[in-house]
Design a protein around this ligand. Structure first.
Ligand SMILES: CC(C)(COP(=O)(O)OP(=O)(O)OC[C@H]1O[C@@H](n2cnc3c(N)ncnc32)[C@H](O)[C@@H]1OP(=O)(O)O)[C@@H](O)C(=O)NCCC(=O)NCCS
Length: 111
């Protein structure tokens, strides 16, 4: 996990998890969340650069995976900018507070 502090205050964090099984240790998954006050400052881009660098350094990682919820165009835009592409969809995977269902999309970046 990487935490980002701006002037001593926590702005957000991200994490990368590596699979360790014999058949899936070529896969890693990432997650990220920043407080809204710190959006659009380039922090997400910088965090992704660091997570991708970490994955490459590990040697046997070939692909990084992430998910986003339908409608989160900001997250999707950042992930596409960082080289991720949609690989699948889980229909109605998320139930919103108002009771409506939305899809979850899987993305992958090949290293
Ligand atoms: C998604 C999130 C991590 C982005 O982080 P960020 O620090 O704001 O992103 P950056 O400033 O580094 O990058 C911005 C990039 O996102 C994309 N982007 C920003 N706003 C966008 C919008 N409204 N629509 C589409 N893409 C957008 C652009 O590609 C932009 O790159 P550019 O500035 O070079 O054009 C942040 O908004 C966040 O934490 N949101 C809430 C939690 C969340 O949604 N997490 C992901 C769950 S799947």
């Amino acid at each position: 996990m990487i935490a980002c502090f701006v002037d001593g205050k926590l702005a957000g964090n991200c994490e990368i998890s590596f699979r360790t099984g014999m058949k899936d240790r070529h896969r890693a998954s990432v997650a990220i969340a920043l407080l809204q006050a710190y959006w659009n400052l380039g922090i997400g881009t910088r965090m992704f650069e660091e997570m991708i660098r970490t994955a490459k350094e590990r040697g046997d990682v070939r692909q990084i995976e992430i998910e986003f919820i339908e409608g989160n165009s900001r997250a999707r835009g950042l992930y596409e900018k960082m080289g991720f592409r949609i690989t699948g969809v889980k229909p109605d995977a998320i139930r919103m507070k108002d009771g409506t269902f939305v899809n979850e999309y899987m993305m992958q970046k090949r290293l």
